[in-house]
Design a protein around this ligand. Sequence first.
Ligand SMILES: Nc1ncnc2c1ncn2[C@@H]1O[C@H](COP(=O)(O)OP(=O)(O)OP(=O)(O)O)[C@@H](O)[C@H]1O
Ligand SMILES: Cc1ncc(COP(=O)(O)O)c(N)n1
Length: 264
Amino acid sequence: MKRVLSVATSDSGAGAGIQADLKAFLRCGVYGTTAVVATTAQNTVGVTDIYPFPPGVAVGQIEAVAEDIGVDAVKTGMLFNAGIISAVAGAVRRLGLPNLVVDPVMVAESGAELLEPAAVETYKEELFPLARVLTPNVNEAFALLGEPVDEGGIEDCAAALLELGPEAVVVTGGHTSAGADLLYDGLRFERIEGPVHSSQNTHGAGCTHSSALASFLARGFGLLEAARRAREVASEAVGYGLAEIGAGAGPVHALGGVLERGGR
Ligand SMILES: Nc1ncnc2c1ncn2[C@@H]1O[C@H](COP(=O)(O)OP(=O)(O)OP(=O)(O)O)[C@@H](O)[C@H]1O
Ligand SMILES: Cc1ncc(COP(=O)(O)O)c(N)n1
């Protein structure tokens, strides 16, 4: 059983964040562990409060997991501020944790800001250079570079993000007209296509994708195959998205397809 650590924030509505990550880990056949760096009071409609923990809280959890259980891959999600990002980067470096997938969560599906603006520089200087893969959505990709969103410029944007130090970039395409993800590893661009669902129930799609990607890297798949499988898992979770949960964008359902195929 491979072991994948999520370093991220709790979503009380359990559609995104740590809770979505654990569901994705189960879906992808790995043992999931968690380092909770902050907690949100959140539902499908919005985020009413964010409570960041002191950075040392993240480090203690990462060390506890690494020392006993072990880590085959790490995924980071909402890290909220510069102090937490810096502490997480320090722990990943010091413990030599492999297969780091950085999902630079900035804004919630519901519109709430999930990253303090001053923290963008810390991401670039300290965490991106350690990443095996960086997984922004298109809005995050352009925001990180301080450029206006331009669908025609996604390849250039991925190339510019690679310059910030990750080994590869996957710009997720949930918010684009074609719905394809774009993988760039410095050598070639690969469009990762697949079904596009008209569902509005996408809360947690990005968290599910980055957790699935980390899981498939932990299981030993090459980057392209892992990225293809991650899109399949995220896309299926969107397809089974739960309209009946909450009044806003419903949560994705990572296990929907598995349960249906199992006849339940
Ligand atoms: N409507 C959809 N149909 C199929 N796949 C989708 C759809 N929306 C998102 N995906 C897939 O889900 C993954 C996450 O993509 P997206 O670009 O939406 O990330 P995100 O904006 O960070 O997600 P979110 O903010 O909803 O958590 C990608 O692999 C993307 O292709
Ligand atoms: C704790 C937490 N982490 C991540 C997200 C992003 O997910 P989404 O963009 O689907 O709202 C979120 N809303 N909350």
